[in-house]
Design a protein around this ligand. Structure first.
Ligand code: GLY
Ligand code: MN
Ligand code: MN
Length: 544
């Protein structure tokens, strides 16, 4: 990658649109290297000009700038509704929702930025917007104030670091934020136009958080895991105005995280559309992955070939992967989180692929297909596959029954799995499927230790901070999106199963939406899942 040495990180005061005046040259490096702090030594590789003439020269002679923030598929109106719903839970309080910051991968290389999901949900912004941004829901009322029907509780303000002037040092010398390094970043006006949210410079965030804060005044809550620096700033404000800190503050913050998580349990129509787009792109990724099977079987670590084929499509069609792809051939399928993907792909084996495209709005699919490498299931493979499929179908049927609770999906799938394992003589001597399904049994779980379903959305395991009664124990409701993903895993060293089943793992994972009329519907209906359809899918793509 491009050498970032010699780039002096400017202070934010140097980067504002008004900061046009050239600065004095950067101080010279100390003559003796051992006096120089380690953190500055990355700049020792070369030097970058900082003189006035150069800065005037590099800052001049440019055409108009393109917009730094394309609007995201009409997200703004939907996001406004979500902010109103969150605000209504905490009237009179200041709610702080950071986007997060760039994370160092190693030395001076950062990971690609991916905003925190609570921020993406509430701001309605997707890919890449915007390291260090902070959304604040600013109270319009005082706690306890009676509100008229429909009266807004908060005004949203989005604090971020707008692009700097082309005559600033940031423009050419800052590899994290500078336009010549990372491209045009948006202005305050552009973000206001795209999001419909009032915007302000991140430099005034500290004052804004402290305004009227205190016991008897405005209380603060922050999504504390999103950005350690913002959480520290909130805690500093709490300390300075006498608000509770420590465990009490954490409880205050946890209640915000919980509410933000629970608000995502039911997706709005825009989110459902984004999820369908994610699934459609995932189908295209699986198609390309299947086309790459002949190359994979000829490669010494063919699993990487499969991973790469899917990953390329994910980047072409979306923001990327919603999670690391599992491309697990043969016995590797029995390692549930097999993301090493460095094994061979052999004809005659199954390959379990668990992969999802995250689209630009950051919603992700989560799909697993178990595919015969040479396009035909053997008899034992088909037997296991059909048992898993039957379990998945049973969960889907249950989802369509009125009053179905989230945890009933797992129960429905496990009834099938336990029954099949009993038929195959795999449960302990004298133990029936019914015994196994009881709390003192659960023997069948030896071959499927994971759950059957989870909510899906901006996070692959979405709504993870929701309370049990809102998640596991809740009835399915229109707008919920979740997976159904039973499996059976027979390790090569599992002496409790017949030899013909050893070294085989099968999972079938689909994404399901609950419609307004209470029907469950597959978002993944276009991705083949019945064994004959899977065989036809493979042969159609490889032989054509
Ligand atoms: N891909 C993660 C999961 O299926 O839950
Ligand atoms: Mn899943
Ligand atoms: Mn999955």
């Amino acid at each position: 990658m491009t050498d970032t040495s010699e780039t002096n990180r400017p202070s934010s005061a140097e980067t504002g649109e008004t900061a046009g005046a050239p600065q004095s040259p950067a101080p010279q490096s100390p003559a003796r290297t051992h006096d120089q702090p380690l953190s500055q030594r990355v700049n020792n590789r070369s030097r970058q000009p900082a003189n006035r003439a150069f800065r005037e020269f590099i800052g001049s002679g440019w055409g108009p700038r393109p917009s730094g923030l394309p609007p995201l598929d009409d997200a703004a109106g939907w996001a406004a509704g979500r902010r109103a719903a969150l605000g209504a839970r905490f009237p009179g309080e200041r709610l702080v929702i950071p986007a997060g910051t760039l994370v160092t991968r190693n030395n001076d290389c950062d990971y690609r930025f991916r905003p925190h999901s609570a921020f993406a949900h509430m701001a309605g912004t997707g890919t890449d917007f915007e390291p260090d941004a902070v959304l604040v829901l600013e109270p319009l009322t005082v706690p306890g104030q009676q509100l008229a029907e429909g009266e807004p509780t908060h005004e949203s303000v989005l604090y971020f670091r707008p692009r700097a002037s082309r005559t600033s040092q940031e423009f050419y010398a800052d590899p994290r934020y500078g336009e010549l390094w990372v491209g045009v970043r948006p202005s305050i006006e552009e973000v206001e136009a795209a999001t419909g949210i009032r915007c302000a410079h991140i430099d005034v965030l500290g004052d804004a958080l402290a305004k009227d804060a205190g016991a008897g005044g405005v209380q603060l809550r922050v999504i504390s895991e999103a950005d350690a620096a913002v959480t520290a700033l909130v805690n500093q404000v709490r300390r300075s105005v006498g608000l509770a800190e420590g465990q009490a503050a954490q409880q205050t913050d946890d209640a915000l995280a919980e509410a933000a998580s629970e608000l995502r349990l039911v997706k709005d129509a825009w989110e459902i559309d984004q999820m369908q787009k994610a699934v459609d792109a995932t189908k295209a990724g699986f198609d390309d992955l299947i086309r790459s099977i002949p190359r994979a079987t000829g490669h010494w670590r063919g699993e990487r070939v499969l991973e790469g084929a899917f990953g390329a499509k994910a980047r072409e069609e979306g923001n990327g992967l919603g999670y690391d792809t599992i491309a697990a051939a043969g016995d590797h399928a029995n390692t549930l989180h097999w993301i090493t993907n460095d094994g061979p792909v052999r004809p005659g084996e199954l390959v379990l692929v668990d992969a999802g495209v995250e689209v630009d709005s950051l919603y992700t699919a989560d799909v697993t297909r178990t595919i015969p490498v040479d396009g035909r299931f053997t008899a034992p493979q088909r037997r296991v596959y059909e048992a898993v499929l039957e379990a998945a179908d049973a969960a889907f049927v249950r989802a369509n029954e009125p009053g179905c609770r989230f945890r009933d999906l797992h129960a429905a799938a496990m009834e099938v799995i336990a029954r099949r394992l009993e038929e195959w003589g795999l449960l302990p001597e004298g133990v029936t499927a019914a015994d196994s399904l009881g709390p003192e049994g659960q023997y069948h779980r030896r071959w499927m230790v994971h759950g059957t379903s989870h909510h899906l959305g901006l996070d692959v395991h979405d709504c993870a901070q929701a309370r049990r009664e809102m998640a596991m124990d809740a009835e399915l409701a229109p707008g919920m999106i979740f997976t159904i993903e039973p499996g059976l895993y027979f390790r090569a060293d599992d002496l409790r199963v017949p030899a013909e089943l050893r070294g085989m793992g099968v999972r079938i994972e689909d994404d399901v939406v609950m419609r307004e009329d209470g029907r469950a519907e597959y978002l993944t209906a276009a991705i083949p899942r019945r064994p004959d359809d899977v065989e036809a899918w493979v042969s159609g793509l490889i032989e054509s």
